[in-house]
Design a protein around this ligand. Structure first.
Ligand code: PRP
Length: 208
């Protein structure tokens, strides 16, 4: 099974509650997605490699650390786009590789419509960004794409996962750690997480 991290941090809980609230407008919703992404990326990057360096301060020299290796942020269109800004603020040197997937409304299967990954991997670790892990189909398909590309280390950073979605991703790709703000127990018959937050893409982009 995958390593699973579900945040219990008060800031995450507070912001997630505002995010779920149906009266939260699009602007606030986007801000909250960005802020929660920062807090979860902080957790997902705990084991990034560093090397020792010295920092020259105005008062002398201090032992410090510098990040090693390249991180790739992989937002799943559309809803993952809102998480890029926050993640990128924390990792300004990261590359951003977009993957376009949409769920067929009838079958709930992900349909890939965009990927411009270069021929071989250019990053050491990929952080998949997608706020919703519902049936898990989109997350599994994204990991499939990245593994076929040759990615060695992949982590999934979401916001709300359903129990069944987490189990599916974890069973299919046990080497991919999962970072979430919450796990909800139910999916409804059209594949929406209940209570969830509604449609994360529509609520960000005002298209609902
Ligand atoms: C949503 C969400 C995930 C996917 C999750 O995207 O952002 O990508 O569904 O569902 P799954 O776990 O059952 O695959 P959607 O297909 O609605 O596209 P959008 O982000 O463009 O609105």
């Amino acid at each position: 099974m995958s390593h699973l991290f579900v945040s219990t941090h008060p800031l995450v809980r507070h912001k997630l509650t505002l995010l779920r609230n149906e009266t939260t407008d699009h602007k606030k919703f986007r801000e909250l997605i960005r802020e929660i992404a920062i807090l979860l990326v902080y957790e997902a990057t705990q084991d990034l490699a560093t090397e020792p360096v010295m920092a020259k301060t105005p008062m002398g020299e201090a032992h410090g650390q510098r990040l090693l290796g390249n991180v790739g942020l992989v937002p799943v269109l559309r809803a993952g786009l809102g998480m890029v800004d926050g993640a990128w603020q924390m990792l300004p040197g990261a590359e951003v590789w977009h993957i376009g997937l949409s769920r067929d409304e009838r079958t709930l299967q992900p349909v890939a419509y965009y990927s411009r990954l270069p021929v071989s991997p250019t990053v050491d670790v990929c952080l998949i960004l997608d706020p919703m892990l519902a049936t898990g189909g989109s997350a599994v398909a994204t990991v499939d794409i990245l593994k076929k590309w040759g990615a060695q280390r992949i982590k999934f950073v979401g916001i709300i996962g359903s129990r069944v979605g987490v189990e599916r991703l974890s069973a299919t790709h046990p080497d991919v750690p999962i970072y979430l703000a919450a796990i909800d127990e139910k999916l409804n018959d059209i594949g929406f997480i209940v209570p969830g937050l509604g449609d994360a893409g529509d609520r960000q982009f005002g298209t609902g």
